[in-house]
Design a protein around this ligand. Structure first.
Ligand code: TRP
Length: 364
């Protein structure tokens, strides 16, 4: 088996991408792309998966495919270096899913913590769509179709990678050793595993409406940062403040560099000094929020600029998705062929089988 470095990852197009996605996984992709130390990178807009819990709202998915594509391009993913594609346009993925589903038990699916959590959050309980329940299997198809061995994702996707590895092991054992066991790649910064929302809730999420979006305008960003949850007991500037569950400090932990301090807040050398002052008392929320605003604006401004470039070239964006989907189809079809060969469901190409059946009936 080759030791190529093949990367696959993606997102469901149910809304624009936010800072949680950015630090959780998007940044990693740019880093990998810039380092160039890989053979192939596939970025998938998981529209089929998005339909598993949005069957009644296909319009939402149709609207958000372009948003996610624009977000990808705006952070600097380069279609010359990576293949950006639409899951639904690569039909081999659905076919693989069906074959893999024979290798997974219902009770195994029921134990998937991410799916369990989503079912609870969506109040599905008694009415879980079968497609949603089985999406971890389709995710195994997404990954294995490209023989990806590296999957940069957020922490919540770890159960999917584990499920994929199990399917790969079963397949390779029962049929032939042709599929690759992938590894997840998580962000380096632990704080970035799960970026909290601006309201202080545990996770930034579309449904909670507590996110900062890559496409937010400067004004929107300012409004959100200035309304961020800090320490409710830190009422007067001179009060000692808590930095632990303080969203501004959590964000600074993720985003602020010493360079930022030099540029925007030279009274402090680094975040430790700023935290110490806040804890002691005498440092107001407005100061730390203004600093965070500058730090974030520094990250988001170039992204916004790139986005507006592509917003003015929507035809080109669709062309990128179309070409990417064609390329992805070729690769996935090749794997599907190998899978079907390994499972011996390639009847028309199997001369021995046909000959055997001929002989079986020749002498009757
Ligand atoms: N589950 C991912 C999400 O919710 C999307 C996804 C689908 C994916 N297939 C994948 C991610 C394969 C990584 C690898 O955003």
């Amino acid at each position: 088996m080759s030791n190529k470095k093949i990367i696959l990852t993606g997102e469901r197009p149910t809304g624009r991408l936010h800072l949680g996605h950015f630090v959780g996984t998007l940044k990693n992709r740019i880093k990998i792309q810039e380092e160039g130390n890989y053979d192939e990178m596939y970025i998938m807009i998981a529209d089929s998966q998005a339909l598993t819990d949005n069957a009644d709202n296909p319009e939402k998915i149709r609207e958000n495919i372009i948003e996610v594509a624009l977000d990808y391009l705006s952070i600097g993913l380069d279609p010359k270096k990576v293949t950006i594609f639409l899951q639904s346009q690569v039909s081999a993925l659905t076919e693989l899913t069906f074959y893999y589903s024979n290798l997974v038990t219902v009770s195994r699916l029921q134990r998937n913590p991410t799916v369990k959590n989503e079912i609870k959050m969506k109040n599905f309980e008694a009415n879980i769509p079968a497609g949603f329940f089985t999406y971890p299997i389709s995710q195994a198809a997404d990954i294995t179709a490209f023989k990806a061995n590296i999957v940069p994702v957020g922490e919540d996707q770890l159960p999917m990678i584990e499920q994929t590895r199990e399917i790969v092991r079963s397949f390779n054992r029962i049929y032939q050793n042709i599929l690759i066991e992938p590894e997840a790649v998580l962000p380096e910064n632990k704080y970035a595993y799960r970026l909290p929302g601006i309201d202080g809730s545990a996770k930034m999420s579309k449904s909670l409406g507590n996110g900062i979006y890559l496409a937010d305008t400067k004004e929107e960003l300012k409004k959100k940062v200035m309304s961020m949850y800090t320490d409710p007991k830190h009422i007067h500037i001179e009060d000692p403040g808590n930095v632990e569950n303080n969203i501004v400090f959590i964000y600074l932990d993720v985003f602020a560099t010493n360079e930022d301090f030099k540029k925007y807040l030279p009274e402090y050398n680094n975040l430790d000094e700023l935290k110490a002052h806040y804890q002691k008392g005498g440092l107001g929320d407005v100061t730390i929020k203004k600093f965070l605003l500058q730090v974030l604006e520094n990250v988001l401004e170039p992204i916004r600029e790139k986005r507006s470039y592509f917003e003015a070239r929507i035809d080109e964006v669709y062309e990128i998705l179309k070409n990417g989907s064609e390329k992805a189809s070729q690769v996935a079809n090749k794997t599907l062929k190998e899978v079907k060969d390994a499972m011996a469901i390639n009847y028309f190409e199997d001369a021995d089988l046909i000959q055997k059946h001929k002989e079986k009936y020749e002498n009757l």
